[in-house]
Ligand binder design. Structure first.
Ligand code: AMO
Length: 441
C-alpha cells in the first residue's frame, strides 16, 4: 500500500543556510530574476521565496549556455559557495549546474527586475501576478505578514482567543448604506461590514477574543483610503474599567508589533527603507477639543461638527508630531450621533460616546470604544436611533443572558501598512484590491 510519512525534502534555502556551506555545492530552487551580461561572464540573480541571490555565471563552469537562462524560468540550480569577504553576505555563489523546470511563454509586459516597478498604479494592479514578483513589491506583503504575526503573538500572550465569525450575515453591524446585499436562498442576507456582533457575543464566552479577517464595505466613492474588501484586525475584551483600557492595549500592541518587525523582518525593513515609529506614549485629545485646536492653529472654519474631514486628520497629526514627536494620536469622545448604536455614551454627557479613533500619520487607522452591555440600555439606544428592535433579537439575546462590561476595536490592516510605508494610496498595500472599478485579478 502506498503511504505518506510526512517526510519533507529541504527545498527552501536561506542566506543563513548558504553561509554554513562554505566551499560546498548547494541546491537552490528558484526563479531566474535577472541576467546581467558582463564581459566574459554574467550575473544571474536567483529569486527564492524571500530572498534574491546573485550568482556568477561562467560558461566554462556551467552546464548550460547563457541564452538558455531566460528570465522568469523556474530552475533547480547547483551553486558553489565561495568565501568572499568583500561581498555583503561574505560569500560568492558560482553557478555550476542548472536544470530548467519551466520557462515562460511570454516575457513580462512590465519590467519587474529593477529596484522599483516603474509604472502606473493601474498597471501595477492589472499585472499583480508579475509585478508582485518584484523584490520591493513583494516585501510590502511579507512585512504585512509580519504585522499580522506580531499582532497574533501579542494578543495570544495577553490571553485573547482567536475566532472566525461568519461573513454572510443577517444584518449589518455598522449602519449606513455601504453594505453589500445578497440573495441567500430567497432571503436577504449581507456581506459582513465587521465582525462586531460576533466578537461581542464571544466576549461572553472567552472574555478576550480577536479576529483577523476580510470585511466588506460597499463604498461607492473612489478614494485613496477606501477599499470594498479589506482585512480587519478586531479585538474585544471583557471586564474593562473604562474604554481607555482598550487604548492602553492598542498602545502596547503597536509597541510589540514594531519590536517584532525589527527582530524578524529586517530583510523587508531594509528593502522598503522603513523607519519604524517610536511608541512610548500616545497623546490623547477629545474630539471637540481637536476640532478647536485645528481651527485655532490653522484658522480653519469648522464645517462638520460630527466627524473629521480627511484634511483635518492630516492637520491634527501635524500638530501632534510637532508638539509631542508622536506619529500617533488618539481622539476620544466622538459624538453619539455619528457612532453606531452599540457604542456606550458618556455618563457625563450623553451627546458624547466612550469611543476613540487612532490617527497615524494623518489617517484614521482604528476605531474602538466601550459597548453597551446592559439589555435595557441597548434596547433604548436602538429605539432612540429609530431602529427596529425586533430585527436585532439575536444580537440582543446576549445582553439579556448577561454580559461583562466590554469594549474593543477594529484596525484596518491595509491602511495601517500603507501609513507605515508612507504610501499615498491604500491599494499599494492591498494584495488584490477590490474597489469600484476593480474585480480582477
Ligand atoms: P470602522 O468602520 O471605523 O469601525 O472601521 C475600523 C477601521 O477599519 C478601516 N476601514 C477601512 N479600510 C479600508 N477601506 C475601507 N472602506 C475602510 N473602512 C474602514 C479603518 C477603520 O479605522 N466595528 C468597528 C470597530 C470597533 O469599534 O471595534 C468598525 O468596524 O482603518
Amino acid at each position: 500500500m502506498k503511504q505518506v510519512n510526512g517526510e519533507i525534502g529541504r527545498k527552501v534555502v536561506t542566506a543563513a543556510d548558504l553561509k554554513e556551506k562554505l566551499e560546498e555545492e548547494i541546491e537552490l530552487y528558484a526563479s531566474i530574476y535577472k541576467v546581467r551580461k558582463m564581459k566574459g561572464f554574467a550575473f544571474v540573480l536567483l529569486r527564492t521565496g524571500r530572498e534574491v541571490f546573485q550568482c556568477l555565471y561562467e560558461e566554462a563552469f556551467c552546464n548550460v549556455k547563457l541564452e538558455e537562462l531566460v528570465e522568469e524560468s523556474c530552475v533547480k540550480a547547483r551553486v558553489f559557495v565561495k568565501p568572499e569577504e568583500r561581498s555583503k553576505l561574505g560569500i560568492d555563489l558560482m553557478l555550476r549546474h542548472v536544470e530548467i523546470l519551466s520557462s515562460p511563454t511570454e516575457g513580462s509586459p512590465i519590467v519587474i527586475n529593477q529596484k522599483r516597478v516603474d509604472t502606473s498604479l493601474q498597471n501595477l494592479l492589472d499585472f499583480r501576478m508579475v509585478t508582485l514578483r518584484n523584490e520591493r513589491e513583494r516585501s510590502i506583503f511579507k512585512l504585512q505578514e509580519g504585522i499580522v504575526f506580531g499582532i497574533r503573538e501579542f494578543l495570544s500572550n495577553e490571553h485573547f482567543t482567536e475566532i472566525r465569525s461568519p461573513k454572510i450575515v443577517y444584518q449589518g453591524a455598522e449602519g449606513g448604506a455601504n453594505i453589500f446585499k445578497l440573495d441567500y436562498f430567497g432571503r436577504d442576507a449581507y456581506l459582513a461590514q465587521s465582525p462586531q456582533f460576533y466578537k461581542q457575543m464571544m466576549v461572553g464566552v472567552f472574555h478576550r477574543v480577536f479576529e483577523i479577517g476580510p470585511v466588506f464595505r460597499a463604498e461607492k466613492h473612489d478614494t485613496s483610503r477606501h477599499l470594498n474588501e479589506y482585512t480587519s484586525v478586531d479585538f474585544e475584551m471583557g471586564f474593562i474599567e473604562s474604554f481607555e483600557d482598550i487604548m492602553q492595549m492598542e498602545c502596547a500592541l503597536l509597541r510589540f508589533v514594531f519590536k517584532f518587525l525589527q527582530e524578524n523582518y529586517q530583510n523587508e525593513l531594509e528593502i522598503l527603507q522603513v523607519k519604524l515609529p517610536k511608541v512610548n506614549e500616545i497623546p490623547v485629545i477629545k474630539f471637540m477639543k481637536a476640532k478647536e485646536l485645528i481651527r485655532d492653529t490653522y484658522q480653519r472654519e469648522i464645517t462638520d461638527l460630527l466627524d473629521f474631514e480627511p484634511e483635518e486628520e492630516k492637520l491634527l497629526s501635524e500638530i501632534f508630531l510637532k508638539d509631542t514627536g508622536s506619529e500617533f494620536v488618539f481622539v476620544t469622545h466622538y459624538p453619539s450621533m455619528k457612532r453606531p448604536f452599540y457604542t456606550m455614551d458618556s455618563s457625563e454627557n450623553s451627546q458624547e460616546t466612550l469611543s476613540f479613533d487612532l490617527i497615524f500619520r494623518g489617517i484614521e487607522i482604528t476605531t474602538g470604544g466601550q459597548r453597551i452591555h446592559q439589555y435595557e440600555k441597548q434596547v433604548d439606544k436602538l429605539i432612540q436611533k429609530g431602529m427596529n428592535v425586533e430585527e436585532f433579537a439575536s444580537y440582543l439575546a446576549m445582553h439579556k443572558f448577561g454580559m461583562p462590561p466590554h469594549g474593543g476595536l477594529g484596525l484596518g490592516l491595509e491602511r495601517f501598512t500603507s501609513r507605515l510605508l508612507n504610501q499615498d494610496n491604500v491599494r499599494y498595500s492591498t494584495l488584490f484590491p477590490r474597489d469600484l472599478n476593480r474585480l480582477t485579478p
